[in-house]
Design a protein around this ligand. Structure first.
Ligand code: PLP
Length: 467
């Protein structure tokens, strides 16, 4: 694997807490050198996803907001009522964006969490607890489309929920509704749909899932972690975005990441419920602890007030106009890139995506394209079944010339891939979420465990002593 610990030679290694603290200016100089070098990799606009905003002025502004509350513990509201304002307003704005006003008969509410995984986990826990309290369900299950994010599998794994994976149509990538219908039973607590999914950028038939959910008396969670803060603006701009929010009957919760297209810092997301009772079902409290009565609204205990302040600042500084403007640029850039792909008969876009798309080839292994484009700074996410490359268009791609460079490099890469294929060569790139290269074999679980262990060991042993 590439050198994940490149700084040892340059800055030395801290193996123990230094006896004397280092000078602040020396520390800051090291940090600045590392940040500048690492920022250069995505500032080219050639990296899929990851840096949703990529605007250093916006980051500087968020840093200022963060800095004012970085030291504050958002758990202790008596000392910091500001956090109640930030969290309350973040949730109010998100609920409004997803048309919570369309909900009748129940009172919508939400939670700010630390990320998409946190939002999905809190929703799954809420469904489990609510179904236990109201329906006596003790062996809960959830049905997700195969394409829905692994965070659902993780949450179900952690909370002892059975996860049923519904197949998707290989052409449209949308969930098989018959499978969903047939697999709902008395222990089903929720269905899942994505708007949009991570892999293909396609939106599940939320209306139809909502109809099943209503008919069978179960919840429907819409995962808008990725699309939540961009699709509503795409809809306003006239792009075809099927309704996926609280306007759709049957939708009972939505996850939407402020740390993606909300352009806030990593570590913030929202989960919105159509009914406060769902949110309230998953609180944790311990009233008979010798340390006092303890309660926390989510899985986190202490958390930094900086993140709430910065997330709030991102939302109110951009406003609807700012989000709409960025969405327009992103949708247009995605359109240009998709046209470049469609201009090659060897390549095809999978399903009907919007700002994020995935493409494959019937003629050659599409990873040959990644092999060719990687040295030019392009970093796609690799997918499997079928092998495909995925590009989540973000603001860095909307810079002048990036989409044009994509088209030009793609044309050359297509010629390269054809030649490699004819020569019978296998591509070097592989499909692991996050872009780590590796082959797909029967021993893949072991391989993944090894990759993870090596990554963690490398940071623990910092790096192994030369012997
Ligand atoms: C990113 C993402 C998630 C998980 O979010 P994290 O913030 O990485 O925990 C869930 N669903 C979709 C569709 C996503 O794109």
């Amino acid at each position: 694997m590439s050198n994940d610990y490149p700084y040892a030679g340059r800055f030395g290694v801290n193996r123990v807490l230094p006896e004397q603290g280092l000078p602040r200016d020396q520390i800051l100089a090291e940090l600045q050198a590392m940040a500048a070098g690492e920022d250069a990799t995505w500032e080219s606009g050639r990296v899929s996803g990851t840096m949703y905003c990529g605007d250093h002025e916006h980051y500087a502004f968020l840093n200022e907001a963060f800095g004012l509350f970085a030291h504050v513990n958002a758990l202790q509201r008596d000392i910091c009522p500001s956090q109640t304002r930030f969290e309350g307003e973040i949730l109010a704005m998100a609920l409004d964006l997803f048309h919570s006003g369309a909900v009748a008969g129940t009172e919508p509410a939400g939670l700010v969490t630390t990320g998409g995984t946190g939002s999905i986990s809190h929703a799954m826990l809420a469904y489990r607890e609510h179904a236990r309290e109201t329906r006596g369900v003790v062996l809960p299950n959830v049905i997700k489309p195969e394409t829905a994010h692994p965070a659902f599998d993780k949450a179900c794994h952690l909370f002892g929920i059975e996860l049923r994976r519904a197949p998707v149509d290989p052409v449209t990538t949308l969930v098989d509704l018959d499978f969903v219908s047939e697999h709902v039973d008395d222990n089903t607590v929720a269905l899942v749909g994505s708007a949009c999914n991570y892999g293909y950028g396609t939106i599940d038939p939320i209306g139809e899932l909502g109809a099943i959910a209503l008919e069978r008396g179960v919840g429907l969670h819409v995962d808008a972690c990725l699309g939540g803060f961009i699709l509503p603006f795409g809809e306003e701009l006239g792009y075809e975005v099927p309704p996926f929010d609280f306007r759709v009957p049957g939708v009972t919760s939505i996850s939407a990441d402020t740390h993606k297209y909300g352009y806030a810092f990593k570590g913030s997301s929202t989960v919105l419920f159509s009914d406060k009772a769902l949110r309230n079902s998953q609180y944790f409290y311990l009233t008979d602890w010798s340390g006092g009565k303890y309660c926390s609204p989510g899985t986190e205990g202490s958390r930094s007030g900086g993140l709430l302040a910065a997330t709030w600042a991102s939302l109110v500084s951009l406003g609807r106009e700012g989000y709409r403007r960025y969405a327009k640029e992103i949708f247009e850039t995605a359109g240009t890139m998709k046209s470049a792909i469609s201009s090659h008969r060897e390549l095809s876009i999978i399903g009907q995506p919007s700002f994020l798309f995935s493409f494959t080839s019937n003629e050659f292994d599409v990873y040959h394209l990644a092999d060719f484009m990687r040295p030019r700074g392009w970093r796609f996410n690799g997918q499997q079944y079928p092998n495909a490359l995925h590009m989540a268009v973000t603001r860095p791609q909307t810079r002048p010339g990036v989409a044009e460079a994509f088209a030009a490099d793609l044309a050359e890469a297509t010629q390269y891939a054809k030649a490699e294929n004819e020569a019978g060569h296998a591509p070097a790139s592989g499909a692991i979420y996050g872009g780590v290269a590796g082959g797909m074999t029967a021993e893949v679980d072991e391989l993944i465990k090894q990759v993870m262990a090596e990554m963690m060991d490398r940071q623990q042993s910092v790096p192994p002593l030369e012997r």
